[in-house]
Design a protein around this ligand. Sequence first.
Ligand code: MEV
Length: 325
Amino acid sequence: MKNSVGRASGKVILLGEHAVVYGVPAIAVGIERGATAAAVPGTDGTRRLRVTTWGAEVDATDETRDLARAFAALLVAARAEGSIFVEAEADLPPGGGLGCSAALGVAVARAVLNSVHGAATDEQTLECAMAWERVFHGNPSGVDAACATLGGSVRFEKGQPIETLVVRAPLHFAIGHSGIASSTRSMVESVARQKERRPEIVQKAFDGIAALVKNARLAIEAGDRASLGKLMDMNQMLLAGLMLSTEEIEKMCGLARDAGALGAKLTGAGGGGCVVALCDSRASAEVVAEAWRGAGFESFVTETRGQQAGPRVVRFVASGGASTP
Ligand code: MEV
């Protein structure tokens, strides 16, 4: 065992959240903000994790706390035996839809794998991060962990290899927080209840999202940002129909479009969390972010640079076939 560090990206889902849990593909991009972790061999026989951002420190034997159980599951997946101390931090809002827990899981996994085995492949990292994510989210699709591991722009489909996409033109985003934290687990459960009560209607929404994702992939690969923006707007309408939007999210989407965004939608679980607006330049993303700040919503801008090479296919199947949560 040796001292080592791990890093991971946060993510924004451009299209396909929730439907991805039921086997529809999703497209997500890694963002510059993310998480870091440092692992050192322990000296006292314990296996502990400190997450400075959450002001929490746990021992892997504590079965009463999710964080401790997630760390214990990650250590088992990493085949890490022996005493270890890991310290992690994230510059992502928890419950914000930007993949905070997955980024922490990936950063911790990388630090632990590097410390114990001297290397961390993407496949091992994902396996460990999924063990961690299952404790927090029940039956996550794996899109957050995949994006946190690979960064860039990914097409994710449950049970299928993960593809990184060619991004013909840089994508500029403004990201704003609605001010309300939301729980992925409870939003996923809410969609599951709707699917039980009104299966045809929910299936129609998923079919619509699948068509949008297909077209979004073509738009990204062609560098057609205007079409991508419109597809994101349509995805927002379908998500609102699944009762995942809120008054604040709708207000933020309206403000973004009025300020010149090409498209805007909630990202991640919804019910609060963040809104992502696609813009045609960094300057116009700054205008949208400023409009949100003026209305009291915290915001920042980020971008995904053009990725010409690829597509790269990571033959890691993050999760079994489509199943209900
Ligand atoms: C959360 O970031 C994305 C969801 O689709 C849940 C999942 O994919 O596990 C809402």
